[in-house]
Design a protein around this ligand. Structure first.
Ligand code: CP
Length: 321
């Protein structure tokens, strides 16, 4: 099957998922992000990559980190940025998603950043936009959150170097997590030899082993000797019915405390995509502790999103030339 995010030369023209994304493209994005960070450290704060291009941020679901860092990233690339207020838009009057998109195309959009509660919404948009317009998935339902995975990969590469020697544990509500899926695909492509998921049975998708992960139901064995711990939030907004006896019970068994973290490698890092629920999946002593790299993840997210937007924009422009 054709990968809808690549053109006929195998270049990235939309970013929809990390699933099936070749290693060379993952590394191209991480390397470009590293260049932006190095240039920023050397004093360059503004880049010309998106000069004259219009970026529309369409967040149909709440967001703090993704929305804001996409906006900062687009501005650093000199784009004209419009963040649509969905609550105050004509979506509330019944306008369809594609009608909204076509109207924004008529205003000169070049790149859409889309977050949507429906899995697949960014794919639908990518199928229907005019040639030359890029779509970047900022999280769709429980399906994918590719830029979060890329910033997670950047963070791991920054703190750990090589992926090929690492044990990585992803802990918590894997069932409802688009971050977990996107991280698993990216880690696997980048050569991580041991990816573990740790969760109660009710919070794991059936057949998760087919993604090549090792399944654990207890922290004592799952965290043993891991180099990276990625904690996940309980996605209550995607749950219908009771998946857990209580959040207190969940914290007791799966909440990351200093005692449980002591089971991991002594230099293990702790990551979390945010937003965190302290006292549910993570103890404040860990979230604010020396091993947490949760805020660096957010900072790296700016450069990673700059890299993604610059690359898809260049490749779309190349196709138009
Ligand atoms: N990690 C993440 O997607 O956070 P936001 O929901 O705040 O964007």
């Amino acid at each position: 099957m054709l990968n809808p995010q690549l053109n006929s030369q195998g270049e990235l023209i939309h970013l929809l998922t990390t699933e099936g994304l070749p290693k060379r493209i993952l590394n191209q994005i991480l390397d470009r992000a590293a260049e932006y960070i190095a240039a920023g450290d050397a004093g360059t704060k503004k880049f010309a990559a998106l000069t004259g291009r219009s970026v529309f941020n369409l967040f149909f679901e709440n967001s703090t980190r993704t929305r804001t860092t996409f906006e900062i990233a687009a501005k650093r690339l000199s784009a004209d940025v419009t963040s649509l207020n969905i609550q105050a838009s004509s979506t509330a009057k019944g306008e369809t998603l594609l009608d909204t998109i076509h109207n924004l195309e008529a205003m000169g959009a070049d790149l859409f950043v889309v977050r949507h509660a429906q899995s697949g919404a960014p794919y639908l948009i990518a199928e229907h936009v005019q040639p030359g317009i890029a779509v970047v998935n900022a999280g769709d339902g429980r399906h994918a959150h590719p830029t979060q995975a890329l910033l997670d990969m950047y963070t791991i590469r920054h703190f750990k170097g090589d992926f090929t020697q690492l044990r990585v544990a992803i802990v918590g509500d894997v069932l409802h997590s688009r971050v977990a899926r996107s991280d698993i695909h990216a880690l696997s492509t980048l050569g991580c030899p041991e990816i573990r998921v740790i969760a109660p049975k009710t919070l794991l998708p059936v057949g998760i082993e087919s993604l090549g992960v090792h399944v654990y139901h207890d922290m004592a064995s799952g965290l043993k000797d891991v180099d990276v711990v990625i904690m996940l939030r309980l996605q209550n907004e995607r749950m219908s019915g009771a998946f857990l006896p209580s959040t207190q019970e969940f914290f007791k068994h799966y909440g990351l405390t200093p005692e449980k973290l002591a089971l991991a490698s002594p230099d293990a890092i702790v990551m979390h995509p945010g937003p965190m629920n302290r006292g549910v999946e993570i103890d404040s002593a860990v979230a604010d502790g020396a091993r947490a790299v949760i805020l660096p993840q957010v900072t790296f997210g700016i450069a990673v999103r700059m890299a993604v937007m610059a690359i898809v924009s260049e490749n779309q422009r190349g196709a138009q030339a």
